[in-house]
Design a binder for this molecule. Structure first.
Ligand code: SF4
Ligand code: SF4
Length: 441
C-alpha cells in the first residue's frame, strides 16, 4: 500500500476542472477543496503509514475525512498519470481500520446487502412494504444513516435465478454433455451459436430480475445456450466498504465454482459492470496465492455484455440483420468502473448493430451515486452535486430536445447510475441490453 501512495508525484492532475472532462476526481471537482483530491488522500495516507507524525494514526480525523469523501470510482486508476489507485488503497486501509476499531453498522450492512436481500426475498412483499411505507422506511434509513430523500431499493418478487429456472422447466432439451458440464448448475437450452455462463449478479438477481431475464432472452433468441451457473455474490459491496476479508471469501468461492467451467469458448458474461469487472480487477489479488493463476484465467474470460456481443459480432455470429433498422436515439452514460477499466467504446460498437441508431456519449464522469455513497446521509448533497455537473443537465436537455417520432433512450449499464438519474432528473434510464432486446427483429 505504501508503494501505491508513493506513486503520487504531486503534479495535481486530480484537481482537474469539470470543463476538462473525465472522471478524476469527482469529490474535488464538486468541492474545489484540496482535501477532497486524490493527491491529498495519497499525502495523508503516506504520512500515516510512514511516520504517524503530527498525531496521524488510523483513528486520525484527517484520515477518516479523506477516505470518507472518496467515491471509490476508480477514476484515478486510469486517469492519474501515475495510476494512483485510491479505490484499492482506500479498501485496504478501511479493512485495517475495521480490524482496529470494528466495522460500523452501515458498512457491515451494506457489505452484506445481498444476504439481507436473500433473506428478504422469503417475504418479498413484506420487505417491499417496509422499504416503501413512509414510517418504516424512515426508521430504517435513520438506523443505517441513509438520506431521508432517497428511496430504499425494492426487491423483484421472483429472483432472476428462479424466474430463469422456472422458464427452463418448460424447456425439455438438456443434453448429457451440458448436464456433465454444468454439474449442479441450473439451466440449459440447446442452440447452435455456443454456450455462455450468465452471471446473476446480486443487484440484477434480487432487484432487477426482469432485466436479467431480458438479457437471457436476448441471448437465447440470438442462438446461444444460456446457463446461469451456481455462484455466490460478486462481493462488490464488501470491497467498496473495505470489508476485504468478506470479499475474499466470495472471490475464493466464485473462483472455486467457476474457474473449471468458464473458458474462452464459454465465457462468463455479466450485466452489471462493477460486479463482472471485479473478476478481472480485484479477484486475482483477493484469492489465496495458490488460486491466483486460476483467478486470472477466469478474469480473462469474464466479459461484460457489450464485450461479448461485439466479440460475437466480429466472429460473424450476430449481425445488424438480427435487429430492426428503424431510427432510435441513445444517450449513453457509462459506469465509472467500466470507463476506468475497459472504456465504453465496446458499448458504442455494440449499438452499431442497430443500423438506425444515433448514439450520443454523455461526457459525464461518475454519476455521484457510486454504490451506497449517494444513499449515505452525509454524502447526499455531494452526490447530487456531482450528478448536476454534467449528467443531469445533459439528460434533461436530451429529453426536452427529443423528437417524438424517434424513440429516445437514456442508457446506463450501472444499477446505481440508473437510480441516480431517476432521483436527479425523474428520467427512467434503461440498461443498454434492454434497447438491444427491444430492437430485435
Ligand atoms: S494523485 Fe495522481 S494526478 Fe493527483 S497529484 Fe498524485 S500523481 Fe498527480
Ligand atoms: S477513486 Fe474516485 S473519488 Fe476516490 S480518489 Fe480516485 S477519482 Fe477521486
Amino acid at each position: 500500500m505504501i508503494c501505491s501512495v508513493e506513486q503520487c508525484n504531486g503534479a495535481g492532475d486530480c484537481r482537474k476542472s469539470t470543463l476538462i472532462g473525465g472522471t478524476l476526481c469527482p469529490s474535488y471537482k464538486v468541492s474545489h477543496n484540496e482535501t477532497m483530491s486524490t493527491r491529498a488522500r495519497a499525502n495523508i495516507i503516506r504520512e500515516t503509514l510512514t511516520h504517524g507524525i503530527n498525531g496521524l494514526t488510523l483513528e486520525a480525523p484527517e484520515l477518516q475525512e479523506v477516505l470518507d469523501s472518496c467515491l471509490a470510482c476508480k477514476g484515478c486508476r486510469s486517469e492519474c498519470p501515475s495510476n494512483v489507485d485510491m479505490t484499492r488503497i482506500r479498501a485496504e486501509l478501511l479493512q485495517q481500520i475495521h480490524d482496529h476499531k470494528g466495522t460500523p453498522l452501515r458498512s457491515w450492512m451494506v457489505a452484506r446487502m445481498a444476504s439481507v436481500q436473500q433473506l428478504g426475498h422469503i417475504v418479498a412483499p413484506l420487505y417491499n412494504l417496509m422499504a416503501t411505507w413512509k414510517l418504516s422506511s424512515s426508521i430504517i434509513k435513520r438506523i443505517v444513516s441513509f438520506a431521508p430523500e432517497r428511496n430504499i431499493p425494492t426487491l423483484s418478487l421472483k429472483t432472476m435465478r428462479s424466474q430463469w429456472s422456472s422458464c427452463g422447466g418448460q424447456q425439455s432439451a438438456v443434453s448429457r454433455q451440458q448436464k456433465k458440464l454444468t454439474h449442479s448448475h441450473i439451466h440449459t437450452f440447446t442452440h447452435s451459436q455456443g454456450t455462455l455462463f450468465l452471471f446473476a449478479d446480486e443487484f440484477t438477481n434480487y432487484m432487477e430480475a426482469e432485466l436479467g431475464i431480458t438479457f437471457a432472452n436476448l441471448l437465447t433468441r440470438l442462438g446461444y445456450n444460456v446457463i446461469i451457473p451456481k455462484h455466490v455474490e460478486s462481493g462488490r459491496a464488501a470491497i467498496s466498504k473495505g470489508c476485504l476479508k468478506l470479499a475474499k471469501k466470495y472471490a475464493t468461492r466464485n473462483v472455486e465454482l467457476l474457474a473449471d467451467i468458464v473458458s474462452d469458448e464459454s465465457p462468463l458474461v455479466g450485466i452489471e459492470p462493477s460486479c463482472i469487472l471485479s473478476f478481472r480487477d480485484e479477484y486475482p489479488d483477493l484469492v489465496p496465492i495458490a488460486m491466483r493463476k486460476k483467478a486470472k484465467q477466469l478474469g480473462n474470460n469474464a466479459l461484460l455484455f457489450d464485450e461479448f456481443l461485439v466479440r460475437e459480432m466480429k466472429k460473424g455470429n450476430i449481425s445488424p440483420d438480427d435487429f430492426k433498422d428503424t431510427p432510435v436515439e441513445i444517450w449513453l452514460h457509462g459506469h465509472c468502473h467500466q470507463k476506468a477499466l475497459v472504456g465504453i467504446e465496446k458499448t458504442v460498437e455494440m449499438f452499431s448493430l442497430l443500423s438506425g441508431a444515433t448514439v450520443h456519449r454523455i461526457a459525464s464522469g461518475c454519476c455521484g451515486m457510486a454504490g451506497s455513497f449517494g444513499y449515505e446521509k452525509e454524502h447526499y448533497k455531494t452526490s447530487l452535486a456531482i450528478g448536476e455537473m454534467i449528467l443531469f443537465p445533459t439528460v434533461r436537455k436530451a429529453v426536452s430536445g427529443s423528437n417524438e417520432s424517434v424513440p429516445m433512450f437514456v442508457a446506463a449499464p450501472g444499477t446505481s447510475c440508473r437510480q441516480q438519474i431517476l432521483d436527479g432528473t425523474g428520467v427512467h434510464a434503461v440498461h443498454p441490453i434492454e434497447i438491444m432486446y427491444r430492437m430485435l427483429k
